[in-house]
Ligand binder design. Sequence first.
Ligand code: BV8
Ligand code: ZN
Length: 324
Amino acid sequence: MASTAARPSVNGIVPQKDLESFQFHLAKSTRIIALLGAGVSASSGLPTFRGAGGMWRTHEATDLATPEAFAADPGLVWQFYNYRRHMALNVKPNPAHYALAELARKKQGFITLSQNVDGLSPRAGHPSQSLKLLHGSLFDVKCSDFFCKYTQIDNYTDPIVPALTIPTTADGDEVDPTSKAILASKDLDISDVNVKIPEIDTAHLPSCPSCKGLLRPGVVWFGERLPGDVMSDIETWLDESETIDLIMVIGTSAKVYPAAGYVDMAREKGARVAVINMDKKDVPASGVYSQDWFFEGDAAKIVPELFKNEIGEITEMPDAADSR
Ligand code: BV8
Ligand code: ZN
């Protein structure tokens, strides 16, 4: 199955023979995992971690996603996360998010393990009991003080505090809010180091209503433990059966652990692996074997095609954000 030579794709999306063998296996699979990465949200318009070389201004995105960076410069780290909140709130889930949500409604033994913090799978209506957010959410906040347990979920305020307002092309121009310049103003792309951003002191950053300490984004930073409740839910799901039939590795470079470890864990339980990725080189560390599949291309096009026999066509794409 997993031939390296790119087979001609009949429907312009995936090679027919691979599509048929995959759909045949999916149809008889009862225990299925989907492991998601930033590539699933790429065609919604969100940059991946490795996209743009993984840089945000002059910083490695992975360096900013650490407790050390937050301790050193909470203003900078909040501008990074407020920017990603703003971006995520201004894009829409894509057909891959909806196809996964629909498969979750159709297939009892299906679970989605997402590394994405962008909120697009929940907005696409993915049933929450079968969606595990391994690395938290941009739209949850919690107190950064170790002894304070304050948390707030579903905070969609944008900007989260006035000091984090993203500068626009009209800044500094006329003050008349109805002026053409203001109406036509666009956000400046603060991921570009050439765009000036202010130093923000902690007094103007999100503060904890309980202890007046500093709030931080409700995401898992490198070096931090994954959410205990999420990990135990996954353990419970794994213990429900000796075997796993299929793991789909979708839009992820599968380099971050323990998330990437689920591929080998599933394989040990008998799972066949289906990789959906834009980049032929991005295969899980343990590779792709003859009984596996590699579907090269855009997850937003390929995933709905792969699931078509189970879920039909994706017609509506209701966005939970519209009803907020
Ligand atoms: C921990 C939230 C311990 C924040 C994130 C074992 C071996 C080696 C290292 C480790 C190990 N175990 C632990 C480590 C350390 C570390 C780690 O894994 N480091 C890596 C870099 C080697 N892990 C940790 O620190 C974890 N914590 O281990 O704690 C502990 C235990 C007890 C007590 C205390 C501590 C925590 C890891 C979580 C970090 N937080 N995110 C935020 O988002 O800001 S990780 C973050 O980066 C994402 O969530 C994701 O996981 C990762 C990015 O990867 P991807 O999503 O795959 O994105 P990427 O850009 O890399 O790739 C995109 C892919 O999509 C590409 O393949 C591309 O080709 C493809 N693509 C692009 N467009 C499309 C597409 N595919 C299809 N269609 C398209 N259109
Ligand atoms: Zn607090």
